[in-house]
Write a protein that binds this ligand. Structure first.
Ligand code: ARG
Length: 269
C-alpha cells in the first residue's frame, strides 16, 4: 500500500521497573518460580523510552514504589481522554495500592482524578479509538466500570467480552493503529463482541493467535510508527504492507509478568 501514514506526537506516562518482579501469579503468563532478569528488564525498558523520545514523543515518569512489582505497567492505572483522568481500582489486592501513587502524580500535575467504584484497570481494558472507548470485560474491568467510564468521560463506551485467559486485558488482544483503524485477534472475543468489532472496523488488520501470543497486539502506534514486539514478526510484516512502520522494541522480561510495550505505556490525552 502506497499511502503515507502520519505520526502525531504523544505524551506518555511510564514507571521505571526498579522494583519489577514476578512475585505472585494473577494471569497465566506469571510464574513466580521463573526468575526475572532485573538488569535486562531495566535495559529493555530504557530502550523503549529512548525509542519513544527518538520518535518525537514526550515521556513522563511516576516514581516506582517498593513492594509494588507490577507498578511498571502504567497503562493499568488510568484512562485519560481530553484531560479527564478516569483512575483505577485493581482486581488483585496485590495491585490495589498502585492507584493511589498514580492518582497523586496526576493531582500534582494539575488533574482531577475520578476513582471508579467498580474494578477498572485503566487502559488495560479501556481503549480510546479517537471516537469512543472500547472497553474490555471478562477478566478484570467490570461492566459497572464501563458505565462509570461513560458517565465520567462523556464518550460512548462500547463493551467487549474477552474469553481467552491469556488475553485477559483488552490491550493484549487489540490496539489502535490510528483514528480510523485497529488491529486485533478476533478469537480473543465472544462471538457477539467479534461481530461488533467487525461492524465498527471492517478494514481492521486481523491478527492470529500466534501474533497475540508473541505480544504483537500489545503495541503502541503513533499513527505511523508501530512500537511492537520483535517476536511478532509476521504481524509486523502485515502492518508494513498496510503502510505502517514497525519499530521493534524487545520487552521479553516483561512478558514473564503478562505485560508488553503497551502495558508499560499510558497515554495522556
Ligand atoms: N502482572 C500484571 C497483571 O497481571 C500485568 C499487567 C499488564 N498490563 C496490561 N496493560 N495488559 O495485572
Amino acid at each position: 500500500m502506497s499511502e503515507s501514514r502520519e505520526s502525531r506526537p504523544r505524551r506518555f506516562l511510564v514507571c521505571e521497573p526498579r522494583h519489577f518482579a514476578v512475585q505472585y501469579a494473577i494471569n497465566p503468563w506469571m510464574n513466580p518460580d521463573r526468575p526475572v532478569d532485573v538488569d535486562l528488564a531495566r535495559e529493555q525498558w530504557q530502550e523503549l523510552i529512548r525509542v519513544y523520545r527518538a520518535h518525537g514523543h514526550t515521556v513522563d515518569a511516576v516514581e516506582p514504589v517498593p513492594g509494588l512489582p507490577d507498578m511498571v505497567f502504567a497503562a493499568n492505572a488510568a484512562c485519560v481522554v481530553g484531560g479527564r483522568v478516569f483512575g483505577s481500582l485493581f482486581h488483585a489486592p496485590e495491585r490495589r495500592p498502585e492507584s493511589l501513587h498514580y492518582d497523586t502524580w496526576f493531582k500534582t500535575a494539575g488533574y482531577t482524578v475520578y476513582r471508579p467504584e467498580a474494578v477498572s484497570e485503566g487502559e488495560g481494558d479501556l481503549v480510546w479509538t479517537g471516537r469512543y472507548v472500547l472497553a474490555g470485560t471478562g477478566f478484570r474491568t467490570t461492566r459497572e466500570a464501563h458505565r462509570e467510564a461513560q458517565e465520567f468521560l462523556g464518550h460512548p463506551v462500547i463493551g467487549l467480552t474477552l474469553v481467552d485467559p491469556y488475553f485477559y486485558h483488552l490491550d493484549t488482544a487489540l490496539f489502535v493503529l490510528d483514528d480510523a483503524n485497529v488491529c486485533y485477534y478476533p478469537e480473543a472475543f465472544s462471538p457477539g463482541s467479534r461481530e461488533v468489532l467487525r461492524r465498527l472496523f471492517p478494514d481492521a488488520v486481523e491478527a492470529t493467535r500466534e501474533d497475540a501470543m508473541s505480544w504483537g497486539l500489545n503495541s503502541v502506534s503513533d499513527g505511523r510508527h508501530v512500537f511492537i514486539a520483535p517476536q511478532a514478526e509476521a504481524l509486523s510484516a502485515r502492518l508494513a504492507d498496510h503502510g505502517y512502520v514497525p519499530v521493534p522494541v524487545d520487552l521479553s522480561e516483561f512478558h514473564k509478568a503478562g505485560g508488553g510495550i503497551k502495558c508499560c505505556t499510558q497515554e495522556i490525552r
